[in-house]
Design a protein around this ligand. Structure first.
Ligand SMILES: [Zn+2]
Length: 156
């Protein structure tokens, strides 16, 4: 399914052929969506929305991070959208998703949902995701250190 990235700087729409294309060709090193015309990241994924003013809890995907690129050839590849609470907002959350990659032999991706619903992550995938989110600045290293430290203090 094609995906459209809207740029608020130059008002251009960039179209990706699907999630794999979004990841491969439409993001920068921080996972942020790039405009195909101006190269900027004043962008968000244009998803269908109800008309009118934004509602509480409404989010705008402004980037995408694959959780484990080794899963490319597997039936289900997990990823997260980087979410902001406004089209020009900072990244303030993530949404877990998965997609079904097209087989590397050039066949078509199968349709359908994974049994049991959303993405299921292994422990190494969880840790890899947290490391990646820290690296691209979605979670600061200081916040992450404080979290681990405070959690250790509570546990003892
Ligand atoms: Zn642009």
């Amino acid at each position: 399914m094609s995906q459209t990235i809207h740029c608020t700087s130059c008002n251009a729409d960039s179209v990706a052929r699907g999630v794999q294309d979004l990841i491969d060709r439409h993001t920068n090193e921080h996972g942020r969506f790039c405009c195909a015309r101006c190269g900027g990241t004043d962008t968000f994924l244009d998803v269908p929305r109800r008309a009118g003013a934004p509602r509480a809890g409404e989010t705008w995907p402004r980037g995408i991070v694959p959780i484990d690129t080794k899963t490319r050839d597997s039936a289900y590849a997990p990823f997260v959208f980087l979410l902001a609470d406004a089209p020009d907002g900072e990244i303030s959350g993530i949404a877990f998703k998965y997609y079904r990659p097209a087989p590397s032999n050039g066949g078509k991706a199968k349709r359908g949902n994974r049994a049991g619903g959303g993405p299921a992550l292994t422990q190494s995938q969880m840790l890899a995701l947290v490391a990646r989110l820290a690296k691209i600045g979605v979670v600061s290293r200081a916040d992450w250190r404080a979290f681990v430290h405070n959690n250790d203090a509570r546990a003892s």
